[in-house]
Design a protein around this ligand. Structure first.
Ligand code: 3PG
Length: 209
């Protein structure tokens, strides 16, 4: 399964800030146990690249890098084993480098101009960030009207209660967020609680059988 297929299957992307790379393996286990074998590890801490490498070696989760803003970060993330690269905005050099590596790029966009720039770089799956303050689900729906070929992964200010509003928009592939992997819980090593939060979120977005 390719990355968009995995995102579309699970419909959630946990956005992770890890302070200690030693937490990477237990966190990967907690995500898998909760039914969400995906991790976007943000490059916001010195531990992030090592954490990506450890999660990739763990093997039970699809690991990507988040908050990637430079070509050098793309190289570091891919070397560590990231299978996808998420950026808060659209940078053509970042996207091109991902394409050179054959790694899935998920850049951010919230305007028609940004979507058009992404399309010109052959990107058709976009992070809609920051979703909550950029008009929410209604804005994603409106932006989708002229861009029928584009799928969105809204992220930023979303929680278990609002995820469904976004997922009800046909162009929304998945939603991202940190609510099911709170930094403090991870830092405290409370992986049992992380598994519970993940499982609750997975249940909340499950399609009716
Ligand atoms: C991101 O990088 O995608 C965001 O920081 C996640 O936003 P959230 O913490 O509001 O879920």
């Amino acid at each position: 399964m390719n990355v968009p297929e995995v995102l579309g299957q699970h419909r959630l992307v946990p956005v992770i800030v890890l302070d200690d790379a030693a937490h990477a393996e237990p966190l990967a286990g907690a995500l898998a146990a909760g039914g969400l074998p995906i991790a976007e590890v943000t490059l916001r801490t010195p531990a992030a690249v090592d954490a990506i490498a450890r999660m990739a070696a763990h093997g039970g989760v699809l690991v990507g890098a988040g908050t990637v803003t430079t070509v050098a970060q793309v190289d570091a993330a891919v070397r560590a084993g990231a299978r996808f690269v998420v950026s808060p905005g659209f940078s053509e050099p970042v996207v091109r480098r991902c394409q050179e590596h054959g790694v899935f790029a998920l850049p951010g966009a919230t305007t028609a101009t940004e979507v058009m720039a992404a399309l010109a770089a052959d990107v058709t799956v976009l992070k809609f960030f920051p979703a909550g303050t950029s008009g929410g689900a209604a804005a994603v729906a409106a932006l989708s009207a002229p861009f029928g070929q584009v799928s969105f992964v809204p992220t930023g200010g979303i929680d278990a209660a609002s995820a469904g509003d976004y997922l009800a928009v046909p162009s929304v592939l998945a939603v991202g967020g940190s609510w099911m992997v709170p930094r403090k819980l991870v830092a405290a090593g409370d992986f049992a609680r992380v598994t519970e939060l993940v499982a609750e979120s997975v249940a909340a977005v499950a399609r009716p059988a």
